[in-house]
Every structure is written in structure tokens, then in C-alpha cells.
Design a protein around this ligand. Sequence first.
Ligand SMILES: [Zn+2]
Length: 352
Amino acid sequence: MNELLQKLTTASGISGDEVEIRTLIRDLIEPLADEWRVDALGSIIALKKGTGESDLKVMIDAHIDEVGLIITAIDGNGSLQFMPVGGLNPLVLAGQVVEIGRNKIRGVIGLKPVHLLTSRAEYSKIPTMSGLRIDIGAKDRNVASGMVSVGDRVTFFSEYVELGEDDDFGRTALSKAFDNRAACAALIELLQGDPYPFDLYAAFTVQEEVGLRGAAAAAYGIEPDVAIIIECTPAYDLPNDLDRGSNTELGKGAALYVMDSQTIQDPRLVRHIMQAGSANDIPYQVRRPGGGGTNTGSVQRARGGCSAAAIGLPGRHAHTGWMMINLNDYKNYVRLTDAALRSLTRAVIERK
Ligand SMILES: [Zn+2]
């Protein structure tokens, strides 16, 4: 079992309250980094010194926060109102077990029992965020107030499980928050390797899910020449209503971004990553352009701008309590990012 992925995905870290995941990552990178600091927003900036062959300054960004909920009010009957932190579909919340606040109080997001539904219209009604409640089994508001507080963050209750066979497709893993803890694990693996020709700034950034916030401050502080953003990108490769090709597929390797709603990746850098993949026999795929966005949006435009691109690990069922990734893809994602870094020179980004 991949213990690093297990540890990182099961820790909580809803945007703005990343202390648990930050502490875990800090302890893991402390022996690996030459220097590290936590900035004012809560991102970890770690320096892996280079061999001195290149004067490039390179940033690798992986956001550490995850989507979840925040408690907004406690009803008289002890149930809890909430709103989303990051992009969440209310359909994936109904029936979920969650953990609330630092004490990880368990609760369940309830729905009207099927036995009591009376009309076809009631069956097909989609729940609204404001209509859902978390039930923590408290007698009333007084009791609930002693257990949780307004402002507490709410995390999906989930578990890390590996599935499938060691065949050519490979094993898959199921857990919450592969977006973006798989990238955090990859970045930790990169810090474990030999030094790169240049100084590498590993930025474990906060508050991506609420608008790419931590990475904006981190990139401003680092002022990189080149930035590679590592992310988890949705895979919609199961049979679907749209009946069109998937955006990314499990088992086909890491997915390169070309364009999304926030950015156009630096084509020179995208080409460089592709060449690194081909030269080292590392499979990769190109994510269908359009939609979405990553920290590239804020990193690329910090200060005077930098050359930036994103590498995504395809994950099914994104922003739910149970995402699925392919473990071969994960290995190839680490290898591709490493190979792209090892062969990166100033010539790649030089403008004529
Ligand atoms: Zn993400």
C-alpha cells in the first residue's frame, strides 16, 4: 500500500484551515529541504538547493487544501447548516458521513427517507445546499453548541483503499482529496531525489479551491523564472451522457494542460515536458483544452510573469468523498515531472 498517499489523503485541510495537513507535510519535508518557511497565508515554501550548474529559479506548486464545508448556523433541533468551501455539488453530499472541526465530530448529511416520498416530483427533486443539514445526534442547539461551533470546517469522512489488479492497467486507489494530495505526495518524492541543476522551490500552497489565493502570494515571494504546477485533473472517462471523448483517461499517464479557463500554458514549456516524456518512455496524455483552472492562473501572472505549465494526474469523481486515481499514472506523473525538471535549461524559455 502507498502509505504516503494514505497519510496525505486522510488528513484534513479545508481551504483556510490547513493546519493538520500543513503540520503533516512540514514533518515529512523538514529532513529533505535545505531551508523552509511558512508564509503569512500558511503555505510552506521549501528550498532544495541545486548543483549550481544553472542559475534558473524554478518553482513547483502543489496546493494542500481540499474542498469541504463550513458550519454557518446551528438549528434549534441541534442540526447544522453549512455552506461549501470550494466547488461542491449538493448531490454528492447527501448521505455522506462527515467530520467537523478540530475534534472531528462525526455527523451525517441527511435526506428525507425514501419511505416518506409521496410524488414523482419529490423523487426527482435535487437537494439544495441550503436545504441540507448535518445531523450530529445532538438533542438540541445547546448540546450541539458544546460540540461544534459556527465557522468549524467540515471534511468528508473517507478511507484510503487500493483496488484492482497488477495488470497493464494497474491498481487504482480510492480516497478523498487526491485533489491535490497526490501532487503533495509527488512533490515530496521530488524532494527526496538528487539535486537538480538549479534551485528548486517547492511550494505547498493554501486556498487554491477558493480562488488560487495561496499560490499568488507564494509566487510573488519566490519570483521564479519557471513554474510547474502539479495538480489532479478530473477524468470523465466512464460512459457518460455527452457521448463524446473523455477529457482525460485513467491509465494513460499524466495529463498536460494546454489551455483552461484561467491560462494558456507556455507552449515552449509544454513542448519541453512532452519531449522529456518521449525521451524517457514515460506515457502522457493531453488534457482536452477548456474549462477548469489551476494555480497556474495566479503563478503565471505574479510580478512580471513567468513561464508556467501544469501537469495533472487524472482522477475520477473529483470533489467528492471518494476519488479514484490509477497508481501507474501516479508513478508516471512523478517520473514525468522529474524528467522535465532534470532536462530543463534556460534555453527552453529564452525569447529570441
Ligand atoms: Zn486541485
